[in-house]
Design a protein around this ligand. Structure first.
Ligand SMILES: Nc1ncnc2c1ncn2[C@@H]1O[C@H](COP(=O)(O)OP(=O)(O)OP(=O)(O)O)[C@@H](O)[C@H]1O
Length: 305
């Protein structure tokens, strides 16, 4: 087995809140796994537990075969972390920061290759405070890369970045994966998750509620097609609570929203219902469900908060 990270029965409370409960998953070498979920789902709690920044109440975390809770120092050597804030001082330069991180890692790495790889040559000796958002994020990736980690944890690595820089960060993350590293990434951007992740874990209220490739989650038969429909008027007795071949039914006035795996049969049922009331379909939109639809369906909440 080549899992770079295994997490079993991870649990953590923050006061009265069960932020993580019985979390279990693995990330293999050469794989990008996305941790998705609405605000407060527990994503940061899971990442910080793996990074050794908070102490879980229960669970086993193994990083490249090392028990991370029993041997945090040894596990840290295998790990690179990009958190939401770098915590760097305004005056430090990228060259100094990389040198400092290398020293903390117990290596004396030459910063030049990392500065070049992450496009920071020109800013190598500029103060952190003068770097743009994209340059700061490239520096955060470079710092996570000190010590050539086998597992990289990225907590919302592209939040607040423009689309061009976001694509650049994606390319760096894919390159890390293609070198055989394991990547665990959190994001609120469903399009990003769909493009970047080989596999996705959906978290809700501290628990994993779904897991699979983006394509498999979207192709979940009951949710494959998302439909909005408007009748010529609201049905006299309202919309029924359930109809054959229809899921996530939400009707209001003349409008109906639902998901279905069989549009023919779903529409046949609706047409029969409308015919019975002397009504017709006035307008309709149907399309492939997105990862965002899947997440809303599973958690009942908007992934962007
Ligand atoms: N230090 C803390 N003290 C008290 N409660 C906390 C603390 N940290 C997190 N929580 C709570 O634990 C739950 C999980 O929070 P966490 O930050 O892990 O979620 P998240 O999925 O990363 O959210 P977001 O997408 O908003 O970053 C939330 O209910 C949050 O309010």
């Amino acid at each position: 087995m080549n899992a770079s990270l295994t997490v079993t029965h991870l649990a953590r409370r923050h006061g009265a809140v069960q932020a993580a409960a019985d979390i279990g998953f693995a990330v293999d070498a050469g794989e990008i796994v996305g941790l998705l979920g609405p605000n407060g789902a527990g994503k940061t709690t899971v990442i910080e537990s793996i990074a050794g920044l908070i102490e879980p109440d229960e669970g086993v975390i193994t990083i490249c075969g090392i028990d991370a809770r029993a041997r945090p120092g040894a596990a840290r050597q295998k790990l690179g972390v990009v958190l939401q804030s770098t915590g760097l001082q305004d005056k430090i330069t990228p060259r100094e920061a990389i040198t400092l991180f290398a020293r903390l890692h117990g290596t004396a790495a030459d910063p030049a290759p990392l500065l070049a790889r992450f496009g920071l040559d020109e800013k190598a000796d500029a103060a952190f405070a003068t770097l743009s958002g994209g340059q700061r994020q490239r520096l955060a990736l470079a710092l996570a890369f000190v010590g050539a980690p086998q597992l990289v944890l990225l907590d919302e690595p592209t939040t607040g970045l423009d689309p061009h820089i976001r694509r650049e960060v994606h390319d760096h993350v894919r390159a890390m994966r293609d070198e055989g590293r394991a990547i665990l990434v959190t994001t609120h951007d469903m399009a990003e998750a769909e493009q970047l992740c080989d596999r996705i874990l959906i978290l809700d209220r501290g628990r994993i509620v779904a897991e699979g490739t983006p394509a498999a989650l979207i192709a979940e038969p009951s949710a494959a097609i998302r439909v909005w429909l408007q009748a010529s008027a609201a049905p006299a007795c309202g919309w029924p609570a359930a109809l054959p071949h229809i899921h996530d039914l939400a009707g209001e006035g003349a409008e109906l929203r639902f998901t279905t795996g069989d549009l023919n049969r779903a529409l046949a049922g609706i047409i029969a219902l409308l015919d019975g009331e002397g009504l017709a379909i006035a307008a309709m939109r149907a399309g492939r469900a997105t990862l965002e639809d899947v997440l809303v369906q599973l958690t009942g909440r908007d992934p962007r908060g």
